[in-house]
Ligand binder design. Sequence first.
Ligand code: GLN
Length: 533
Amino acid sequence: MTKYIFVTGGVVSSLGKGISCASIGKILEVRGFKVSFVKCDPYINVDPGTMNPFQHGEVYVTDDGAETDLDLGHYERFTNAKLTKENNITTGKIYYSVITKERRGDYLGKTVQVIPHITDEIKDSLKKVAKDNVPDIVIVEVGGTVGDIESLPFLEAIRQLKQELGPTNAINIHLTLVPYIRSAEEIKTKPTQHSVGKLREIGIQPEILLCRSEKPISQELKKKIALFCNVALDAVIEAIDVKSIYEVPLLYKQDCFDELILNYLHLSPKKGNLEHWQEKVVGVLKNPEHSCRIAVVGKYIELQDAYKSIYEALVHGGIANNARVEIVKIDSEEVASSSIKQLMKGVDGILVPGGFGYRGIEGKINAVEFARRQKIPFFGICLGMQTAVIEFARNVCGLKNANSTEFNPKTPYPVISLLEEQKNVKIKGATMRLGAYPAHLMPQTHSHASYKLDLISERHRHRYEFNQEYRKTFEKHGMRVAGISPNKKLVEIVEIKEHPWFVAVQFHPEFKSKPDCAHPLFREFIRASLKKD
Ligand code: GLN
């Protein structure tokens, strides 16, 4: 029988609930349990696919083409869980399904209400994850902070589900903040008491408190928290700030957090430790032998979360090369030909990530040109590939004013154009080319040398493509196609021959990189960047 861990958050947002859930998954996985996850997002959008990165941060894409919350990225990076559209639910998705059933007449004349119909729909979604791939443990992260009106139906649903499952089959972990008040030089427990009080008001008594704190929490204070919040003393876990997110599972393990959870759930674990993670990931992060600086040229760089998976994948590429990667975030709107030399000073590699819309495009094109001319390793991802193609068309093939029809529908040279299948698409939600598709790699390319495979599978999220009418012109001038869809219709990778490392891909390799198994293209991009003097 699948057991459940429900994780809620209190006091403030941004405590790192996603990393906590991923780390809990990791420490349980090494003890021999198959884990899966559900992220519950209380907003009314059906999925984050239509949201602006300023609102939401990165949209993480799964193999089955779901546009999901970026926490699913943490879950997949930390564990072996394979996630799908079932692993992220939102208020919008739940209501959409309930209203569709109501219109079909499925409720047989009943009044459709939040309790039981919405809560039943939530519970069914949580149970479906257990049914589909039979994990031993499902970790359910409830987004938002306890006390928010919009997360109430989710909290009620997990309360009911725990009741149904029984006490040894489900537990609640509450992630809370124990702030340090500098002027008083004291750590305060009151916000945690209030937050747990709020949970108990709606019938949820957490078993475990995970206390985020910038200072160590004394035994005395732990006792106080335990007493006021009605939890066992050993269930007050201190989660102190760490430098790297990859240290979190190690801290949990050190505190025997896995034992505590497994005791509550009456599960007998296998022996297992995090030696590999300690040595191959955290050890290298702490004491790397080399270092390099990678410029990421995007329009959402002031936002920490907009390129989350890319930043992580760069770190992984560093780990694979025993190197620290310093990420230099460059606002694409500020990249003018006149200032680029200064902006790129000391940079060893340039990456242009994905994106939508014209703002910042010319700056990205300038960055590509600089990388191409100066022979700096270049990695283009999705829109980054499309800008690389536009730059090559304009500056090497002599196709003046070449562009993507996304930015200029009247361009004389539409080197990037709308995918055939997109031509009749009218609505925006979940209609891009999404999810995993195979591609063949050409021999004697950087891509083939990186993957060491003839056939790969990568995740996509786009509406536009390389226009093959120009393929011959590009090849004549030295840009080759290194990866192509099996029916040969879609160009998935381009490379420049006369360049140390210039690879641009239509897909999103960053979604499949892990700290202990870097994506081959990120690994090789960093390797090439390290070679630059
Ligand atoms: N805007 C481009 C397209 O739709 C690129 C998308 C992306 O970078 N994810 O094709």
